[in-house]
Design a protein around this ligand. Structure first.
Ligand SMILES: [Zn+2]
Length: 215
């Protein structure tokens, strides 16, 4: 019986891209920038990076890794697939150290990959994040601004502060940081997609921000 680890996509970069494309695009490539599925073609040429495609609707290039945990990484995709396989096939999980030793990669790479893979395996992540709340659930909301003081900068322009809003469900421990650039609106007006029919409390003041059944 052949070993699962003999699969070409664990060893060959082109095969790894082919495998991932088959999973993410079962009906053919789709441009992640504009959603085009027809006017898309593979970039040819010796110097072209593996898996590079071009969309002729928006004129942008892309690879299947765009929008995935593999995006923007210098680690080869077939190495990523090995790490994913090891982590999802192990009942008790795999530590970064174990990935480092088993795969012969640096501890830094192993740490980076295992964090991204674990993050992807979390149930509350990305588009599939379940809404907070439910009957009797209580949502707490808070916001803060992150960024240094202008007075502490020796030179250069003052970067804008980043607003971060978070919603927490009491007893659940789930939290949704929502960076928002537009800070003009009060938080209570910016969180409606998440709590459904629950009162929303301001964490600092324990003030009931909102108790409307139509949320
Ligand atoms: Zn496009």
């Amino acid at each position: 019986m052949p070993s699962v680890l003999d699969a070409p996509y664990f060893h060959d970069e082109a095969a790894a891209y082919e495998k991932l494309e088959g999973i993410i695009w079962p009906n053919g490539p789709v441009c992640p920038h504009c959603g085009e599925g027809e006017r898309v073609s593979r970039m040819q040429g010796k110097a072209t990076r593996i898996g590079l495609l071009k969309c002729y609707a928006c004129r942008k290039q892309f690879r299947v890794t765009v929008g995935t945990i593999f995006e923007g990484s210098h680690i080869p995709l077939h190495t990523w697939l090995q790490a994913v396989y090891l982590m999802v096939s192990s009942k008790k999980g795999v530590s970064s150290n174990q990935l480092h030793r088993t795969m012969g990669i640096t501890l830094k790479s192993a740490w980076f990959m295992s964090h991204r893979i674990r993050e992807a395996m979390r149930e509350t992540h990305g588009k599939g994040t379940p809404k907070l709340g439910g009957p009797g659930g209580i949502i707490e909301a808070d916001e803060t601004y992150i960024g240094g003081k202008a007075a502490n900068r020796a030179y250069g322009s003052i970067p804008p502060k980043q607003a971060v809003a978070s919603l927490v469900e009491r007893g659940e421990g789930s939290q949704l940081p929502r960076p928002e650039r537009d800070c003009q609106q009060p938080l209570s007006d910016r969180c409606p997609p998440y709590p459904r029919g629950q009162p929303v409390y301001d964490r600092r003041h324990q003030r009931l921000l909102r108790d409307r059944p139509d949320l």
